[in-house]
Design a protein around this ligand. Structure first.
Ligand SMILES: O=C(NO)[C@@H](O)[C@H](O)[C@@H](O)C(=O)[O-]
Ligand SMILES: [Mg+2]
Ligand SMILES: [Mg+2]
Length: 382
């Protein structure tokens, strides 16, 4: 079997999610979002698909990197293909990103699953077919009735527990919110949520990403008093030394790195430096499912957990293929948005959650996304 074509289809879909100047999503008016689907097709007619923002897998990236490596290659030689693609990154002057590499690699996994008639999580290892989820809130805002006060976080947390979540992660306020960053407000929001849900719900904080060591220490000590399960991305992750310092000062587990580049390589350095207690990796952020698995296996070798960053079929597949990940990150959630409403271009949600807080893996061959190909064709951007 050989790869014959690598194509990209950009399309529009309605969305109520807008993005602020720091890249954080918030509820907004209905707009037309843009998405792209990469499709890899073999000479035997097998296909694999994956989704990414159009700017990530734009025509230049597919022509300059993906096709040069993939066309004519055996699609099952994923490790070889990933290494060849990664080789092109260094000379791409930053044009061939980890997110683009991840999308291409996800499509290779999807193709393998579809060709073999197996869900990808079972090809990766298959540890479980349902995963407990935590509700991951959107970042705080200044929307009345939204996530604009500590009490509104507490009220939303009660609703999430009623929906079935057994754990909740707060993303609190960040610039451009007018009063952010504010350690005191972050602590008040965490206290309001703990008060609202009681002692048995696991809680985590993922707040402003650029606090000083002193502010981070102040918040971390407060989280320990509130019995939070972990503290995440509270300082600039480019300073591994700051994380090593904070980890040595606190008992609450420090989770990371999430946003740092360097794939499984930088995460090995964090383990060696004692910069975190729980490792973190997400498929888009580290260049694919395979490097995410490598981070999870690295963590396992050091007796650590690896909390997978982000929602979606590929991250869920990894969560279902390993033991050392406690939660699937389901979100991002907001009082004004109905997360359980499926995206227009899928026939069903990739991560349906039952009333007990478990997300069930699709048994569909491949990544498991129930793609509405007719919708994509009808809304394709010329
Ligand atoms: O931090 C995260 N998850 O833990 C992400 O999901 C963030 O919200 C991400 O969008 C961001 O930080 O921009
Ligand atoms: Mg995070
Ligand atoms: Mg520590």
């Amino acid at each position: 079997m050989k790869i014959e074509r690598v194509t990209g289809t950009e399309f529009t879909y309605p969305t109520f999610r807008s993005v602020d100047s720091a890249g954080h999503s918030h509820p907004g008016p209905e707009t037309l979002g843009r998405m792209a689907m990469i499709t890899i097709t073999t000479d035997e007619g097998h296909q694999g698909h994956a989704f990414a923002p159009p700017e990530v897998i734009r025509p230049y990236v597919l022509a300059s990197y993906a096709r040069k490596v993939l066309v004519g290659a055996d699609p099952f030689m994923r490790e070889k293909l990933w290494m060849s693609l990664e080789h092109w990154q260094r000379g791409s002057a930053g044009q061939f990103t980890d997110r683009a590499l991840a999308a291409i690699e996800q499509a290779l996994w999807d193709l393998a699953g579809r060709a073999l008639g197996q869900p990808v999580y079972r090809l990766l290892g298959g540890y479980r077919d349902k995963v407990p989820a935590y509700g991951s809130t959107m970042c705080g805002d200044e929307l009345k009735g939204g996530l604009s006060t500590p009490d509104e976080y507490g009220q939303f947390a009660e609703k999430l527990v009623a929906r079935g979540y057994k754990a909740i992660k707060l993303h609190t306020w960040m610039p451009p919110v007018s009063f952010a960053p504010d350690p005191g407000m972050d602590i008040k929001a965490c206290a309001a949520v703990r008060e609202a849900v009681g002692p048995d719900v696991a809680l985590m904080l993922d707040g402003y990403h650029n606090y000083s060591r002193i502010d981070a220490l102040r918040i971390g000590r407060a989280l320990e008093q509130l019995n939070f399960a972990w503290f995440e991305e509270m300082m600039n992750e480019q300073s591994m030394a700051s994380y090593a310092w904070l980890s040595s000062q606190l008992d609450i587990p420090i989770v990371g790195p999430e946003s740092l580049s360097g794939k499984h390589h930088s995460r090995a350095d964090w383990v060696q430096a004692g910069a975190c207690d729980i490792l973190r990796a997400g498929v888009p952020g580290v260049g694919g499912i395979t490097p995410t698995l490598k981070v999870a296996h690295l963590a396992e070798s050091f007796g650590m957990e690896c909390e997978v960053h982000g929602n979606g079929a590929a991250n869920l597949a990894v969560c279902a293929a390993i033991r050392n990940c406690r939660w699937y990150e389901r979100g991002l959630l907001h009082p004004f948005l109905e997360y359980d409403d499926k995206p227009a271009y899928l026939h069903s949600l990739p991560d349906p959650m039952d009333e007990h807080g478990y997300v069930h893996l699709s048994q569909r061959p491949g990544l498991g996304e129930d793609i509405d190909f007719d919708y994509i064709e009808a809304h394709a951007v010329a």
